[in-house]
Design a protein around this ligand. Structure first.
Ligand code: C5P
Length: 228
């Protein structure tokens, strides 16, 4: 099988409140980006991983793992979706190849979770994402923060990454969703918009997206337990 990876890592991490963009914060001595990239390179069949980096990024060049012959870099864009599109266009593959898009900010991705995702996609022949069932009761609010109604949590999922689709279909879906002005905060939203099935594969809480400072300690704890 032929798999490709894309890692958007061009964000500036404003919610983190640190000087360093979050993908370059270190956990157990390695940057978040290195942890995420390493997890992708370990997936059997992974032929290439394309990173979208900030145009002014000077940190990536100093990371040993970028010396892996399978790793390519491109300049990212203003929004996550722009970065993903730029990277997808640079993937050295064909339209029918499968691509896994994974956030640099999810450094604790575990191999058994990726493998479950890959198995579902290759068995079904359709795209899928890792996702977690919602455990809290979820409110829809108005702009003033007043609850309008309560959503049925039995049908709500939190989307994670990796998100795995065919390269050509994903590129087309992202373009048409953007042209239609749809909100595209993940790849699956563009695929849904284009009418493709998106399977939800139960992921793990450990695959958190490092967003605010307190996430760092939790992520480090998960990483320290990996391989135990
Ligand atoms: O900001 P958020 O947490 O949604 O970012 C998710 C991922 O997208 C991060 O790995 C971040 O570096 C990346 N990103 C990007 N280009 C942007 C904004 C975010 O590659 N313009």
């Amino acid at each position: 099988r032929v798999l490709h990876g894309v890692i958007p890592a061009a964000g500036i991490g404003t919610r983190m409140g640190s000087e360093i963009p979050k993908q370059y914060l270190r956990l157990l001595g390695r940057t978040l980006l290195e942890h995420s990239l390493h997890a992708m390179l370990r997936v059997p069949g992974m032929q290439s991983v394309t990173l979208a980096l900030h145009p002014e990024d000077t940190t990536a060049a100093g990371l040993d793992i970028l010396g892996d012959a399978r790793v390519n870099t491109v300049a990212g864009g203003a929004e996550r979706v722009d970065s993903v599109q730029a990277a997808l266009r640079a993937v050295p593959g064909t339209r029918d190849d499968w691509v896994l898009v994974h956030d640099a900010a999810r450094p604790c991705l575990q191999q058994d979770d990726v493998m479950r995702l890959v198995d579902v996609v290759l068995t079904q022949g359709e795209g899928a994402i890792l996702a977690l069932p919602v455990v809290d009761t979820v409110k829809l609010a108005d702009a003033q923060g007043k609850a309008l109604r309560t959503l049925d949590r039995n049908r709500l999922w939190r989307a994670q990454t990796p998100q795995m689709f065919r390269l050509g279909e994903l590129l087309d879906a992202l373009e048409s969703a953007q042209a239609a002005g749809a909100t595209v905060t993940d790849e699956a939203s563009a695929m849904e918009h284009a009418g493709y099935p998106v399977h939800l594969v139960p992921g793990a809480a450990s695959n958190l997206k490092v967003t605010v400072p307190e996430d760092l300690q939790l992520a480090e704890w998960y990483l320290s337990r990996q391989g135990e």
